[in-house]
Design a protein around this ligand. Structure first.
Ligand SMILES: [Cu+2]
Length: 256
């Protein structure tokens, strides 16, 4: 046991101090790769704090500029989930849509919002998600309070995946209906008129393999203020459909 030597050296006086030390902070790194040809990449660092909160840092590039990007911790403690493969594209439109990807990356555990609630209930609170800058860079830093984090997550961060949503498929600098039509996911929650581009996943990240290095590329095209959505998160917060969907998808994922 490694402690033996320091204890012997420090002597009995130091022992109570050692045992009184707070729980250690664990840091887990994630590498987020592009999904759906978004061109976006990111790295993330999740640090668990002694009080049960998680400090999240995300640095990414290549995102749709000036547009909000919903982002979540997906999966389940000890869950058998992973970042989606092309096979997740069930309708063959060349895109793994949110509702198609959830079966593989799991349902929302934590919503990485910029303020307020960060539970799964805020999964579509787009007015509280980070907005990429004019160059498509997206940086995020927040400590998520323990009260918004489900049981078992802090101890099992390596089982989770980070997914960031929103991409500009037809390269016109904004989320619109022309590329992919309406969001099937949002519509399933009773919200119409949301572009599929706004909800499709742009990146997915798993725990960074030890020793690997990730580099990102920046996008500088089409700065335009498109941070507005036709709906507010509040409209979705109370949606029973959101809960039903989560439960349904979680069940289908668990039976795989
Ligand atoms: Cu997500």
């Amino acid at each position: 046991m490694r402690l033996k030597k320091p204890l012997a050296v420090l002597g009995a006086v130091a022992v109570p101090v050692l045992f009184a030390a707070p729980a250690h902070a664990d840091t887990v790194n994630f590498t987020l790769d592009e999904l759906n040809g978004s061109g976006a990449h990111a790295t993330a660092q999740l640090t668990t704090n002694p009080n049960g909160s998680i400090t999240v840092d995300i640095n990414g590039s290549g995102f749709t500029p000036n547009a909000p990007h919903a982002q979540h911790l997906h999966g389940a403690p000890n869950g058998d989930f992973f970042c989606p493969t092309p096979s997740a594209d069930k309708n063959g439109d060349g895109q793994v849509a949110t509702e198609e990807g959830v079966a593989q990356y799991g349902s929302v555990m934590v919503s990485l919002t910029t303020k307020g609630d960060a539970s799964a209930d805020s999964g579509l609170a787009v007015d509280r998600f980070p907005v990429a800058d004019a160059n498509g860079n997206l940086d995020y830093h927040r400590t998520i309070p323990a009260s918004d984090i489900p049981e078992g997550i802090v101890e099992n961060l390596e089982d989770l995946h980070i997914v960031q949503h929103g991409l500009d498929v037809n390269g016109n600098g904004k989320y619109d209906m022309e590329a992919l039509g309406e969001s099937v996911f949002a519509k399933s929650l009773g919200v119409k008129g949301i572009p599929e581009e706004a909800t499709n996943p742009a990146t997915c990240g798993e725990v960074t393999p030890t020793g690997s290095v990730e580099t990102g590329t920046g996008s500088t095209e089409g700065p335009e203020n498109l941070g507005r959505f036709a709906f507010s998160g509040a409209a979705l917060l109370g949606s029973a459909g959101a809960f039903g969907l989560r439960r349904r998808l979680a069940t289908s994922g668990a039976t795989r």
